[in-house]
Design a binder for this molecule. Sequence first.
Ligand code: IYR
Length: 221
Amino acid sequence: MSSFLPYLPPRYDATEMLQRSRDFYQEMNTRRTLRMFSDKPVPRELIEQLLMTAGTAPSGAHKQPWTFCAVGDPQIKAQIREAAEKEEYVNYHGRMSEEWLQDLEPFGTDWNKPFLETAPWLLVVFKKSYDLEGEEKKKNYYVNESVGIACGFLLAAIHHAGLAALTHTPSPMNFLQQILGRPDNERPFLLIPVGYPADDAVVPDLRRKTAEEFIIWLDGI
Ligand code: IYR
């Protein structure tokens, strides 16, 4: 059984479309991944609003195969920090290759993850390869793509609101499933600390690829 509704998105003329897309690019181009957060509180209502935007993402067969845990409890954040640092210590002391460590040099990262306690919220994203309806397993589709897109929407919403985020993947991160008590059909996907930047926050001096470097046109011109 299917049912359809009229699709009535907002419409703009060509000039307005171009202006809007320029403005949006400029806004998005000021987004930076941040590791230095202020402990200034961020209201729960604002976080919920950002997560609602994540939930508008497209997903395979519209299964919405995600769960977002919004962690603001200092004790749980401390537990997450302790477990993440334990794994990262091993990563930085032998589990990551020399090449990998060299690639990370510009970012100045190490096994210390103070932001896991400083940032007022840790958004822990779980992917669901199947849903549980009672005992029955119901398969989800394109789970990585779907949850990845939802996280992209979330990062854009966070930036648009004037907050900063880090896309963090402590590895392995199954400890998140245990600490947060998530069921077996949920696997950690990303850990996203969110908050205000620290007053003295700095970011690495990076440059983004130009259009020529990453767009290939095959438009017959
Ligand atoms: N997960 C580690 C290492 C790390 C890996 C990549 I790829 C990065 O872009 C940044 C860090 C850490 O968080 O330090």
